[in-house]
Design a protein around this ligand. Structure first.
Ligand code: FAD
Length: 388
């Protein structure tokens, strides 16, 4: 499809990065896409996909060369997320979470922490970011998890919910409040916790509507002893780190959502070109053409905005909160609309599991919810215009 292949020329990539993205696309088409329905149905963690991703060394994309990675651009990372989301959104979510949760080591870690922790990620480790709590979702600053200093260690006590990769992570980025600083947002602090730390238990694994092969867990931390050397920021400086992290993860959610949307659009176009009603191909009806026109135009515009934001980051750094929110909000709303329209264009078959659009519609929904619900993003974008 000319439009989609042109859209995929948007990202500002080097020749080497284009080759990497082509290899990822091939892996996704050959291996991840054919397995996606089975993983969605069984809700098993897609270890085969993770093994294939690690054989290509894909965690190395976001690890600097100085630490053994390939150190590719953010645009290259986003292009790979989009390809994975197109093939198996759940696997894309697992890999994107590796990026979100390990990027603070790259950006905030000391040389010693990078040398010690990044090799775990580089060799294919899975990483989780533990922020949300039973009483602190949209308002993450209300978190209650305590980080209590104890000699050379820090003790973690608290509970987290909806943690992607929570039951399989080799490393966990845990946010909590530094006990000596009280309960305000100025007490927020981040620390890395390694696998098998005594005191951490998986309380439950959610049975989800979509992204079913990615695990989403409620976790309890009871007296988890972690070396103080794993603190990623000074006590009380976690909020800034969290906002930085969200700036980086929002364009990633946008890329992920656009991958799902693009897949649904392609499936819809293929179906209406084949399906006949009243002696004509369904695509010959103007009502159907108008739907495709809106889907294609919004897809192109949203992609253009994503790559605009990526360019902005290259030029001006990460202070792009409003633009990142706009990308996340619009791309996820679009993914929901395009997948819903793709189901509609498949008629009754769209409602049946034999056709991929049924899964895509379920997968798309959460992109409007996580990394800040779209209500929160609308609020943040709107607030930015207050003059005082
Ligand atoms: C599949 C999945 C994976 C996830 N992965 C992770 C992860 O890896 N790590 C992690 O830490 N978290 C993760 N989350 C959690 C996710 O980020 C939260 O679910 C999200 O931030 C919303 O929080 P909440 O669920 O508590 O909803 P709530 O905050 O309780 O919101 C409920 C409703 O109220 C609305 N609302 C709340 N406050 C406002 C407001 N101020 N103005 C207007 N409307 C408002 C919301 O928009 C929403 O519609 C994941 C969630 C899911 C479903």
């Amino acid at each position: 499809m000319k439009l989609i292949s042109r859209i995929n020329q948007f990202p500002p990539l080097t020749d080497e990065e284009r080759m990497v993205v082509d290899n990822v696309r091939k892996l996704c088409q050959d291996k991840l896409a054919p397995r996606a329905a089975k993983y969605d149905q069984t809700q098993e963690f897609p270890w085969e996909n993770i093994k294939d991703i690690n054989e290509l060394g894909l965690n190395g994309i976001f690890i600097p060369e100085a630490y053994g990675g390939a150190g590719l651009s953010y645009a290259a990372y986003l292009s790979c997320v989009k390809e994975m989301a197109k093939a198996c959104a759940a696997t894309g979510l697992i890999w994107a979470t590796n990026f979100h949760a390990s990027k603070p080591i790259v950006d905030n870690g000391t040389d010693e922490q990078k040398a010690r922790l990044l090799p775990i990620v580089l060799k294919g480790g899975i990483v989780a970011a533990c922020i949300t709590e039973p009483g602190a979702g949209s308002n993450a600053t209300g978190m209650k998890t305590r980080l209590t200093p104890d000699g050379d260690d820090v003790i973690i006590d608290g509970s987290k919910i909806f943690i992607t990769n929570g039951d399989v992570a080799d490393l966990m980025l845990v946010y909590g409040k530094w006990s000596e600083l009280g309960d305000g947002k100025n007490a927020m602090t981040a620390i890395m916790m390694e696998k098998n730390t005594p005191g951490m238990t998986v309380i439950r694994k959610e049975d989800k509507m979509g992204m079913r092969a990615s695990s989403t867990c409620a976790l309890a931390f009871e007296g988890c002893r972690v070396p103080r050397a794993n603190l990623l920021c000074a006590p009380g400086e976690g909020l800034k780190m969290l906002l930085d992290l969200l700036n980086k993860s929002r364009p990633s959610v946008a890329a992920h959502a656009l991958g799902i949307a693009e897949c649904a659009f392609e499936d819809a176009v293929a179906y209406v070109n084949e399906r006949k009603q009243g002696g004509r191909n369904v695509i010959d009806y103007q009502g159907v053409q108008f739907m495709l026109a809106d889907m294609a135009t919004d897809l192109a515009m949203c992609n253009a905005w994503l790559w605009y934001v990526t360019n902005l980051i290259e030029r001006e750094g990460w202070n792009i909160g409003v633009e990142a929110s706009m990308a996340k909000m619009r791309a996820s709303d679009l993914a929901m609309r395009i997948t819903t329209d793709a189901v509609q264009l498949h008629g009754g078959y769209g409602y049946c599991k034999d056709y991929r659009v049924e899964r895509l519609m379920r997968d798309a929904k959460v992109t409007q919810i996580y990394e800040g619900t779209n209500q929160i993003h609308r609020q943040e974008i709107g607030r930015s215009f207050i003059a005082r």
